[in-house]
Design a protein around this ligand. Structure first.
Ligand code: MLT
Length: 259
């Protein structure tokens, strides 16, 4: 399911916003409200609540192919594609599999490398627990850990919102996404080969995908701008939507200028 927002009559390069785990398109709505003058496509990825049935074998590639199919169906020819965390894994897979669709790339609070063996084993443990117990309990603590200390202390309603969204997810979809992420390869080479403009953005308080991973991606890309957002953890788009919206608008304008 794809939600289309923004100025749908504009001929500016469309923006596509791919959400993180274990959430859905709603995590992007605040930041999208700060982007003017272009259509904004906000799909629910495979595994999200609205798309947790009839799932293929878990893979980030399948998720990217579903985004490509939705963009094709919407008549999008090339877009500025932004992915936060899991959405970033999908954005890189999309750039690899359908480079024609990706005019610009924004990688927020994510990384281009694969998981360590330990992280992979942890994902599979969580997938097993979510599926066998038919519960989102194993990921509920993420409502606190996805945001940074500034948000936890000064805007607790953000964590409450994330908790409510997590409770609405489907345990089968949670398991699917964890298995898909566990299987993904290193895609730094995709970034190295990408010729369009790139934004790498990270919350200054993100300790899930910290600054070092962002610096690695910015160094790998040919034309990257690195933005560090103060007062934000891993959910930068939700924690500091105005700053993230401004950075995305700047990237989309760089894509407009290349047309
Ligand atoms: C996310 O926010 O999408 C997750 O933290 C991604 C991950 O578990 O790697």
């Amino acid at each position: 399911m794809t939600h289309v927002l923004g100025d749908t009559s504009s001929d500016g390069v469309p923006l596509v916003l791919l959400h993180g785990f274990p959430l859905d398109h709603r995590m992007w709505l605040d930041a999208a409200a700060h982007v003017q003058g272009r259509p904004i496509h906000v799909p629910d990825l495979l595994g999200a609540a609205a798309r947790a049935r009839d799932l293929p074998e878990p893979s980030i590639e399948a998720s990217a192919d579903a985004v490509a199919a939705a963009l094709d169906a919407a008549g999008v020819r090339a877009a500025a594609v932004a992915g936060l965390s899991m959405g970033g894994y999908v954005a890189l897979a999309l750039a690899e599999r359908r480079p024609d669709l990706v005019a610009a790339l924004a990688l927020l609070d994510t990384k281009s490398t694969a998981d360590t063996e330990e992280a992979r084993a942890n994902r599979l443990r969580i997938a097993d627990a979510a599926e066998s117990g038919a519960t989102v309990d194993p990921v509920r603590p993420m409502a606190q850990t996805l945001v940074g200390p500034t948000t936890r202390e000064t805007r607790p309603e953000k964590s409450e919102q994330i908790a409510a969204w997590i409770d609405e997810q489907d345990p089968a979809g949670v398991g699917w996404s964890q298995r898909a992420m566990a299987a993904r390869p290193d895609r730094t080479h995709v970034l190295e080969a990408f010729t369009g403009p790139v934004l790498v953005l990270v919350g200054a308080e993100d300790d899930i995908t910290p600054l070092a991973g962002a610096e690695h991606m910015a160094a790998a890309a040919r034309d990257a701008v690195l933005v560090v957002v103060p007062g934000a953890g891993h959910m930068s788009a939700l924690e500091q939507p105005a700053a993230v919206g401004a950075a995305l608008e700047d990237l989309a304008r760089r894509a407009d200028a290349r047309r």
